[in-house]
Design a protein around this ligand. Structure first.
Ligand code: C2O
Ligand code: CU
Ligand code: CU
Length: 507
């Protein structure tokens, strides 16, 4: 990512000056870091989002703002971000109470949802918390959970897809300072890399556009270029040792199946909501919109590699070993965390959720027009369109629903008694795969399509890709009053905005 009107994120500039490649030489240009492979053309070096370390200050100050951002060699795009022109800073978050100070410099509502944080409904930042244009809101997050990679993003009903696409998202490292004891890499941007994966659609001049056709709503919006941390075609420089990748899928809809074609294993160490007891070797990692995963990759052979996504063999990111980067971790840890507790005893009802897309299976209610307004109505100002969006389309957006009910902010779908453990059975039917996310909880996956639970779903989760039918067991410990219910929804953002969402209270 290069900034148009705004300066490049300072962290990117700073680290650019530090690296020196042996076989590959550094050539800085305009504050940017480039890697020059011997004899070959230079390629941009992957930068990390700037840090917002709140371990001392205990205060998260974020300002939603518009910007102009140049992606690769393209012309500047209209974008939005937190504290910068595209995406937001990486928040290093400690446990305990942390104050939030959120400002909205956009000319429309925004929210800041803390995806993965177990906080009460009043501070969850979902669609019931719009911060008006020009407004400022303060709050306190009581953080009392295990280390994990979480994230934050805007969640204004009917506008979530457009907001996240424009750039209103960022990552959170919730830390406890014990990663050295665990034997895990922890040097930001050196052996602990943050990878925010997104696909975006660029027009012929390299400008990011968001034209939503009925097909894009049906399948979710898929782009024609892959961004990592808002950058195109960058190469990550890594030490010749064990490298940790914190991967966030912040795409609107795309699911990735990440792998190295050389067969190099990924050692899975964390799912959405925390560490696994020990690394699990996998050859490929499926990660859907909203999910996070942490893996260790061994680069001690000194050879770089190319990470691809299996479906369609899309190139995701190249890695180049920089011998000048000190190796701190040279072997895999045996043990990271205590064993996962057994899945809790279900003492509440079993609920069934059918995710409905198209096909006329759903009658739809009067609330069904909200998604439609969000998609095609007000406020296209954050991201450009080419004007080719099919307007007045006949596709029936009423068809996006859960159990036949289109999301209605005024309707509470059910109430749960605090402390209850429930089994939820989620089915996607023939309508494809849907990442199902629940606010305010972490859950365990107990069954996937009648079979084994994939390694990616073997730990604590808050989002799970449903293909066919998936069962989860979830305990509701955090309160959500009627004015501030928790959401459950498909994390394909176009589906969510069109009404594949519901809400519940916990009291
Ligand atoms: Cu990541 Cu309800 O969202
Ligand atoms: Cu969430
Ligand atoms: Cu969906």
């Amino acid at each position: 990512m290069t900034a148009g009107d705004d300066a490049p994120p300072p962290d990117m500039r700073r680290r650019g000056a530090l690296i020196g490649l042996g076989a590959a030489a550094l050539a800085g240009a305009g504050g940017f870091a480039f890697l020059r492979q011997s004899g070959a053309a230079t390629v941009p070096r992957l930068g990390m989002p700037p840090l917002l370390d709140v371990r001392e200050t205990r205060k998260i100050a974020l300002r939603a703002q518009t910007g102009r951002t140049r992606f690769g060699a393209g012309r500047p795009s209209m974008t939005a971000g937190f504290n910068q022109s595209y995406l937001g800073p990486t928040i290093i978050l400690p446990r305990g109470e942390v104050a939030t100070d959120l400002r909205n410099a956009l000319d429309e509502d925004v929210t800041v949802h803390w995806h993965g944080l177990l906080v009460p409904g009043e501070v969850d930042g979902g669609p019931h918390f719009p911060i008006a244009a020009g407004a400022r809101r303060r709050g306190v997050l009581p953080v009392a959970q295990e280390p994990m990679t979480a994230w934050y993003h805007s969640h204004v009903h009917g506008a979530t897809a457009r907001h996240v696409y424009a750039g209103l998202a960022g990552i959170i490292h919730l830390v406890d300072g014990r990663d050295d004891e665990r034997g895990l890499p922890s040097r930001y941007g050196i052996d602990d890399l943050t990878l925010i994966l997104q696909d975006r659609r660029l027009d012929a001049e390299g400008r990011m556009v968001y034209d939503l056709t009925p097909t894009d709503i049906l399948n979710g919006f898929h782009g024609n270029r892959i961004f990592v941390n808002g950058q195109i075609g960058a190469t990550a420089a890594v030490p010749a040792g064990i490298v940790r990748l914190r991967i966030l899928n912040a795409s609107n809809a795309r699911t990735y199946t990440l792998m190295f074609p050389d067969g190099r294993p990924l050692h899975l160490i964390a799912t959405d909501a925390g560490y696994l007891p020990a690394p699990r070797d996998i050859r490929s990692l499926r990660i859907a919109s909203g999910e996070r995963a942490e893996v260790l990759v061994d680069f001690s052979d000194g050879a770089g590699g190319r990470m691809i996504s299996g479906r369609g063999q899309i190139d995701i990111l190249d890695f180049a070993v920089d011998p000048a980067l000190a190796v701190r971790i040279d072997h895999l840890p045996d043990r990271i965390a205590p064993d996962l507790p057994p899945v809790g005893e279900v003492d509440g009802p079993t609920r069934r959720f059918a995710l409905n897309t198209g096909g006329g299976a759903v009658s739809g209610g009067s609330a069904g027009h909200q998604g439609h307004q969000g998609h095609q109505g007000h406020g296209q100002a954050l991201v450009a369109t080419t004007g080719e969006t099919a307007s007045g389309s006949s596709h029936d957006l009423h068809d996006f629903a859960i159990n036949g009910r289109v999301y209605d902010p005024a309707r509470t779908d059910f109430d749960i008694a605090r402390g209850t453990t429930e089994r939820w059975v989620i089915s996607g039917g023939a309508g494809g795969e849907h990442p199902f996310h629940v606010h305010g909880v972490h859950f365990r996956v107990t069954d996937e399509a009648g079979g084994m639970v994939r390694p990616e779903n073997s730990g604590w989760k808050d989002t799970v890709l449903v293909a066919g039918q998936t069962e989860i067991v979830v305990r509701f410990d955090h309160p959500a009053p009627p004015d501030y219910p928790f959401m459950y929804h498909c994390h394909i953002l176009e589906h969510e905005d069109a009404g594949m969402m519901g809400q519940f209270t916990v009291s």
